[in-house]
Ligand binder design. Sequence first.
Ligand code: UDP
Ligand code: MG
Length: 339
Amino acid sequence: MSSHYSAQIKRGKIAPVSSRPLAITLSVIVPFFNEQEVLPEFHRRLTAVLKTMPDSSEIIYVDDGSSDQSLSLVKQFSSPNSHVRCIALSRNFGKECAMSAGLEHARGAAVILIDADLQDPPECIPEMVAAWRAGADVVNMKRSSRLGESWFKRTSAALFYKLLNRLAALDIPENVGDFRLLSARVVEKLNQLPERNRYMKGLFSWPGYHQVTLTFERDARFCGETKWNFFKLLGLAMDGLTSFSIRPLRLATCAGALTATMAFIYGAWIVFKTLAYGDPVSGYPSMMVAMLALAGVQLLAVGLLGEYIGRIFIEVKQRPVYLVESMTEQAPSLKQTKG
Ligand code: UDP
Ligand code: MG
């Protein structure tokens, strides 16, 4: 199987989920990047949970170009009642792309995305599946606590979600990460979205349908370090804002109109003052302040424009979101399931 898929561009070549037989009820997608310390424990806990469920399932590990032993570890994993599949991307494309890869390959009637670092407890899965059976298309998992995260990260995340929801026309739930369940029809719609810039937390809300939110305690990382630094998070935040809202552009227009109006009124006042009172030219400091402030606002607006143009540039190139290097699949080892 691996040679068949070797370094192929997957986008457009994968049959949509709904056109494939849905013999598998649940697909669990696990994107990982250099997680060798935690993967064995993660797999143990996940398979223990899946074993207690009557549903047929598959676990899709997506290797996002790990440089440690994670991939060879995952290739040895097996499970008594789930198919274990591994999709290895050709390099590190980022978590958003790894999740897209998993979604395009999922065959389940319900799909769950979960982090490999055990911050999202696999023990929540039965509850999520129950919500899906009760009619939900998207089951969002809201963090009631964010253990092991700094005050700065918690505050900036809260501020970002507030800003995003104010600017975007969507209702993107606050404190909901990528841990969630999606029904096959939502996955199919997401797979049809052509954009390269995939801010998944926004995309999950975009199709709408019946969304349900459950709360859970987000644990601290089992071990290892977060893969996100401040600049990566800032980039993700800019991606989120610019791909779901053009309101910042409108704000720039409004700010421009306001400054221009004020400058016009102030100019008229200066002309009037000079004619009426014959005031001599004055105010080097005030001129400098006005010039620098205006130049700053202008550069800010140009930078903002650049953010959008840069994204148009990325979209028009039409490069694939990810490349697959190899794929492996291991059928359940003891009890056979259909599919
Ligand atoms: N991850 C990934 N590709 C990356 C960065 C992270 O697939 O480029 C995976 C990582 O292995 C983990 C999940 O995404 O399974 C969440 O990453 P992390 O725990 O570093 O993020 P945080 O929980 O701090 O937001
Ligand atoms: Mg984490």
